[in-house]
Design a binder for this molecule. Structure first.
Ligand code: APR
Length: 260
């Protein structure tokens, strides 16, 4: 069990190294730690987040990532996802992704549970990655679930100026990601991991989207430690043991150095 650290670790600005050493101390003591990541860990790979200062939802209606928009305007939906795919396709893992892979290799974290669809954790070398919202590399037929690479679907969209269809049944293709109004299929897997963890390292998430944001809540709720590395406040800051308002890559890179 982790007793709650005194207030100052969450509210006042201390030298970064003190936060990193506190996080390292918690990870050393923990028996089973997980990382829970959101779009904020990928902004340093030039993939915009959603609710940060330059977030996608400041420019686009979140409805564009919903099931009902896909059904209402599949072409508009695919134009939006083609734009997102192009931002992701050439992105490279940054120091934050690489550091989490390193922490897994050193045995300090067991899994990364991510809300991201950019596959950068896997590209960085993390082995146990739960992609709660799927990933954008593959698309599937909305009728028969036949799969096609998303790049192929985008090429069809651009050449035919209509939404891509299934080669087997002619149904509409859609990216294999979880849309708003759709169930998060891997939630049971994530919950099973969370209930067996006594430390959750949150990196780059506003912790505003459920059920994904239940993961850190479950770990904290059963007496585990909660660490939040995020540039903006989150609804779980008040329950966290450590809150760091700093770029993920800077904190995580230093954390690997301290734990080496
Ligand atoms: N380092 C640390 N934090 C960062 C960085 C960074 N380099 N860049 C951005 N952030 C923070 C922002 O301050 C923001 O609070 O990351 C957080 C990202 O929050 P969101 O944009 O809400 O992303 P996320 O939490 O992943 O959203 C969850 O919402 O729209 C849906 O499906 C989408 O998976 C997504 C879900």
């Amino acid at each position: 069990m982790f007793t709650r650290l005194e207030e100052p670790w969450r509210l006042c600005r201390r030298p970064l190294v003190e936060y990193v050493e506190k996080i390292a101390e918690i990870l050393r003591r923990a028996k089973s730690s997980i990382a829970f990541t959101g779009a904020g860990i990928s902004t340093e790979s030039n993939i915009p987040d959603f609710r940060g200062s330059q977030g996608l939802w400041k420019k686009f209606d979140p409805r564009m990532a919903s099931r009902c928009y896909f059904e209402e305007d599949p072409k508009g939906f695919w134009n939006f996802y083609a734009m997102r795919y192009n931002a992701i396709a050439n992105a490279k893992p940054n120091d934050g992704h690489i550091a989490l892979a390193e922490l897994e290799k050193k045995g300090y974290i067991n899994s990364v549970i991510t809300q991201n669809i950019d596959t950068l954790h896997t590209k960085a070398g993390s082995k146990s990655v739960i992609e709660l919202h799927g990933n954008i590399i593959w698309s599937r037929c909305d009728l028969c679930s036949a799969e096609r690479r998303t790049i192929e679907c985008i090429e069809e969209l651009e050449s035919s100026d209509s939404p891509p269809t299934c080669k087997s049944c002619g149904g509409l293709m859609r990216p294999s990601v979880v849309l708003f109004e759709e169930p998060v299929k891997l939630m049971e897997v994530a919950m099973d991991i969370a209930v067996r963890s006594d430390c959750c390292l949150v990196v780059g998430s506003s912790l505003t989207v459920y059920p994904a944001a239940m993961v850190p809540e479950v770990v904290k709720g059963q007496g585990g430690a909660l660490i939040i590395i995020n540039m903006d406040p989150t609804p779980l800051d008040y329950r966290a043991d450590v809150v760091v308002r700093e770029k993920a890559s800077i904190v995580l890179k230093k954390l690997v150095e301290v734990l080496s």
